[in-house]
Design a protein around this ligand. Structure first.
Ligand SMILES: *Cc1c(COP(=O)(O)O)cnc(C)c1O
Length: 386
């Protein structure tokens, strides 16, 4: 460990923070592996892109960029309030929903506070609480790679300051269903801030048992917020817009005090509004992705059968736009072999999950390419490790 002057001046919580694993850019993969045609299946991005109306909105914004953006996202706020039925004052906007995760930590967490979430973890549900000096309890999955209801109910009963409940989970894709969410809600005391991260809401809606948490939370005594994003189903990951739907304008007011005043830039606001006003485009991309996810799952399951080339491969249940795969062998050489073939996926690095990788659902062509590349990669790595 280095003992430099600058490191000694940093807050004690900062030095040990794990780095967020943002994955490789297409450019880095081109440069390092000399491949030109890339299948980008690492960051749960939307392969169908944003609505055509987004392009027009971005072109027009060029005329106005000398001015500051609207600090309150008024037009977008009103549009979302209108369609969701939530009062406009209970919405809060972020530079991506990750910004809102950070803001919540800054509002609520002091050193020693307890935060509960699940592992394998969406990195920022752990990193931002630790940045504030909180203790993070990471709950294990059950045997079927789903939520462990008993563990969740016991953990929230300890009244953590914040519970980050990702539904569905990233990277696993598993879902807490309506009956299960009701149990967790029942077990959560009023002095816990319940944060439901619904980054994959639009995909999960295709599952009949996906809970309508806004309706269920309505009766809750105690603070809560549901986080959603324009990065996934709406195809705007590059512009960074997320929003929160809170129990009260009071919670939004506290978040307003710590957020950067112009945290959502002008292009992002206009693009998100244009995307929001073309829900048909979003729905069609989501429906295609859900169908392609099930196609990919069936193909992989067939290849995982006894005597087949991917025998023993395990696939976690997923209602999102990705699959989490247990390769039954270390993920690093497999990922490396995939990269050499121009396929970028996300190998999981948390202890206990070094055999897993997450693959985002791409176009039909990219998914087919992934299957072929995985077959080759598994063959090559078998030879290495045998
Ligand atoms: C992708 C994702 C987010 C947020 O993304 P933003 O691009 O910051 O809106 C938040 N939570 C989870 C679990 C995610 O997977």
């Amino acid at each position: 460990m280095t003992n430099s002057l600058v490191a000694s001046l940093a807050r004690a919580q900062v030095r040990p923070l794990p780095a967020y694993n943002a994955g490789l850019s297409n450019e880095a993969v081109r440069a390092r592996y000399g491949v030109t045609d890339i299948a980008r299946l690492a960051s749960n991005e939307n392969p169908f892109g944003a609505s055509a109306s987004v392009r027009r909105a971005i072109a027009e914004v060029a005329n106005d960029v000398g001015n500051y953006p609207d600090a309150n996202c008024t037009a977008l706020r009103e549009a979302i309030a209108e369609r969701t039925g939530l009062p406009a004052g209970r919405l809060v906007f972020g530079d991506g929903s990750e910004d809102l995760i950070k803001i919540l930590c800054e509002v609520f967490l002091a050193p020693g506070d307890l935060v509960v979430t699940q592992r394998p973890v969406f990195g920022l549900h752990e990193i931002y609480p630790k940045m504030m000096g909180a203790e993070v309890e990471l709950l294990e999955l059950n045997e079927q790679l789903g939520f462990d209801l008993g563990a969740w109910c016991a953990a929230v009963a300890k009244a953590p300051k914040i519970a980050f409940l990702p539904n569905p989970s990233n990277p696993v894709g598993c879902m807490m269903d309506t009956a299960q969410f009701a149990q967790v809600l029942e077990a959560t005391p009023a002095n816990t801030v319940l944060v439901v991260d619904e980054a994959y809401y639009e995909y999960a809606l295709h599952d009949d048992d996906y809970p309508d948490v806004l309706v269920m939370l309505d009766a809750r005594v105690g603070p809560w917020i549901v986080l959603r994003t324009f990065s996934k189903a709406w195809g705007l990951a590059g512009l960074r817009v997320g929003y929160g739907m809170a129990d009260s304008a009071e919670l939004v007011g506290l978040m307003d005090k710590v957020r950067s005043p112009f945290n959502v830039n002008m292009a992002a606001q206009r693009a998100a509004l244009a995307a929001w006003n073309d829900p048909a485009h979003m729905r069609s991309g989501v429906a295609t992705t859900v169908a392609l996810r099930e196609d990919l799952r069936r193909q992989l399951l067939a290849l995982a059968a006894p005597g087949q080339p991917l025998q023993g491969l395990r696939i976690a249940p997923s209602v999102a736009n990705f699959l989490f795969l247990d390769l039954g062998r270390p993920n690093a050489p497999v990922t490396e072999a995939l990269l050499r073939q121009g396929v970028i996926v996300k190998p999981w690095k948390e202890p206990g999950f070094e055999n897993f990788l997450r693959v985002s659902i791409g176009t039909e062509k990219d998914n087919a390419r992934f299957v072929l590349a995985l077959l080759a990669a598994m063959e090559q790595t078998e030879r290495v490790t045998a």
